[in-house]
Design a protein around this ligand. Structure first.
Ligand SMILES: [Zn+2]
Ligand SMILES: [Zn+2]
Ligand SMILES: [Zn+2]
Length: 334
């Protein structure tokens, strides 16, 4: 399993290394052992792929071929030097995602507190982003004091609504404070900064995250209403990082027949491509679309949506992909 994941990641990163702009990420196989890194543990929208009760063409391939199934969007952050691991979001697929994480970065044996996480950073209270916390309760792992970082409304939501409040009361999780745009030092090598984004905030605020390592950094924004509703320019935020996982929920308008898509706003992949078309290729090549809905044709690498996206200089996020947060010394020779 470890080898499969790593070799897949190595191949992919070596391949994107050919683009030039992201050459610093090459040689992940060794780098993933030496340097802090981020791993993609899921790429689908909250409902996963295939989606419950979907009997349409979009999900048919995944019902018949388990290889085509995708987990809910999630990133793991690993520091092999200190042997620490963090998650961004606790998804309904937490069980499999922890297993994927164990395969590339086994939990620290000194850390007896199941599930061997130094923390979970939550984006918001939509079901794909926090309900995996249920596996930390006494029915499953009976975790001890797993730090769960969340914004104020999100913390209140968890501590005042069952079954989440029981996790707090029993000490399975420890809620920790996050503040918009205030960097938090994970350790000597990694910082993480929550960034508020506009989204349908029924139960909580919504944040994305900027993760900064020793020399490379990653932006993660799985859910946002529209880029123009943000008080930041996506172009500016993109210029500050080396890789950006951005909301790619829907490929284009009208993707869900019979449903008013303005009720569930997201920047369509087509819109983002159009908005950023004039940026240099080195900027566009940083982007990996993530949080793909079951209806999104870009889930399928052979689709014209996926090939059009790539032809425009952008990528679709893939499970198992690894991005180091530090440039390997030999990269300077390129
Ligand atoms: Zn979501
Ligand atoms: Zn479907
Ligand atoms: Zn959401």
């Amino acid at each position: 399993m470890t080898q499969t994941l790593l070799s897949f990641a190595t191949l992919f990163v070596l391949w994107i290394g050919g683009c030039g702009s992201v050459r610093a990420h090459s040689d992940v196989h060794s780098a993933s052992h030496q340097y802090p890194f981020v791993i993609v543990l899921g790429v689908a929208q909250d409902a996963g792929y295939p989606q419950t009760a979907c009997r349409k063409e979009c999900c048919r391939p995944a019902w018949t071929d388990a290889q085509r199934r995708r987990h809910v969007a999630c990133l793991g952050i690993v520091d092999p030097i200190s042997n620490e691991r963090w998650l961004i979001d606790a998804t309904p697929d937490l069980r499999e995602q922890l297993q994927m994480l164990d395969a590339v970065a086994p939990p620290n044996r000194d850390n007896s507190s199941q599930p061997g996480l130094s923390g979970i950073f939550l984006t918001h209270a939509h079901i794909g982003h926090y309900t995996g916390l249920q596996d930390l309760g006494r029915e499953v792992t009976g975790a001890h004091s797993v730090p769960v970082y969340a914004m104020p409304r999100m913390r209140k939501f968890l501590s005042t609504n069952g079954p989440w409040s029981q996790l707090v009361e029993l000490g399975n999780i420890e809620l920790r404070v996050l503040e918009d745009d205030v960097a938090l030092q994970l350790n000597k090598r990694i910082t993480i900064t929550p960034l508020r984004v506009p989204h349908r905030d029924e139960f909580s605020e919504t944040v994305g995250y900027r993760i900064v390592g020793p020399s490379l950094s990653v932006l993660y924004i799985p859910d946002i209403d529209k880029w123009e509703r943000w008080n930041r320019a996506i172009e500016d935020e993109l210029s500050r990082v080396d890789i950006a996982f951005l909301d790619g929920t829907f490929y284009r308008n009208g993707e869900i027949p019979g449903r008013d898509m303005s009720d569930i706003p997201h920047p369509f992949i087509e819109e983002t491509i159009h908005q950023l078309a004039e940026l240099p290729l080195s900027e566009r090549a940083k982007i990996r679309f993530i949080h793909l809905n079951h209806t999104n044709p870009a889930l399928h690498p052979e689709s014209s949506a996926a090939t059009t996206t790539q032809a425009a200089g952008f990528q679709i996020a893939r499970e198992g992909d690894v991005f180091t947060l530090q440039t390997a010394p030999h990269d300077n020779r390129h």
